[in-house]
Design a protein around this ligand. Structure first.
Ligand SMILES: [Zn+2]
Length: 169
């Protein structure tokens, strides 16, 4: 049977189908009152910001397209722009909340590159502090962090809201 072309629908169905395997789709499908539990910090038209559950450092964020895809080269340009906007919002938010000395930003594409979830791409944003470590398995590994995830979430959320208010958004 032929189905009418309805990209919004195929995207929706894809997302539903991928639930079982994709914690990112699962998280962003929650109602806003459950965002904290799922560590979703912010959602825009085409992407969202979520805390990494197994952070490399306190404040380790991920920027994720709403679309369930592992193919960066197939992302629509507007989605790339939207993610970039969220990257800059993330940097501002992290600076305000934690005053890091630097950041590592990047992607792992494919298992061999260290991706834990290949089917739904995500950009890592990792704040860094002088002396936190000299060696860099940065975007792949987990280590013990001093701050509780929800405490981190609350600080980031507060900083984010202050920034958005300041921008009149
Ligand atoms: Zn997904």
């Amino acid at each position: 049977m032929r189905i009418l072309w309805a990209p919004w629908r195929s995207r929706y169905v894809e997302r539903i189908d991928s639930f079982r395997d994709c914690f990112l789709c699962e998280a962003i499908s929650q109602p806003e009152n459950l965002w904290r539990r799922f560590l979703v910090l912010y959602r825009s038209e085409r992407s969202f910001i979520i805390l990494n559950k197994y952070p490399y450092n306190s404040g380790h964020l991920m920027i994720v397209p709403l679309e369930h895809t592992g193919s960066y080269e197939d992302l629509e340009e507007e989605t790339v722009l939207d993610m970039d906007r969220l990257l800059r919002l993330s940097l501002k938010t992290l600076r305000r909340a934690f005053n890091p000395h630097g950041f590592n930003i990047g992607y792992n594409f494919g298992r061999s590159a260290g991706a834990g979830l290949e089917s739904h791409l995500h950009m890592h944003v990792v704040p860094r502090w002088n002396g936190d470590t000299n060696f860099m398995p940065v975007l792949a590994e987990t280590k013990v962090i001093p701050q509780d995830l929800f405490t981190t979430y609350d600080r980031l959320r507060k900083a984010l809201e202050e920034i958005l208010e300041g921008e009149g958004a």
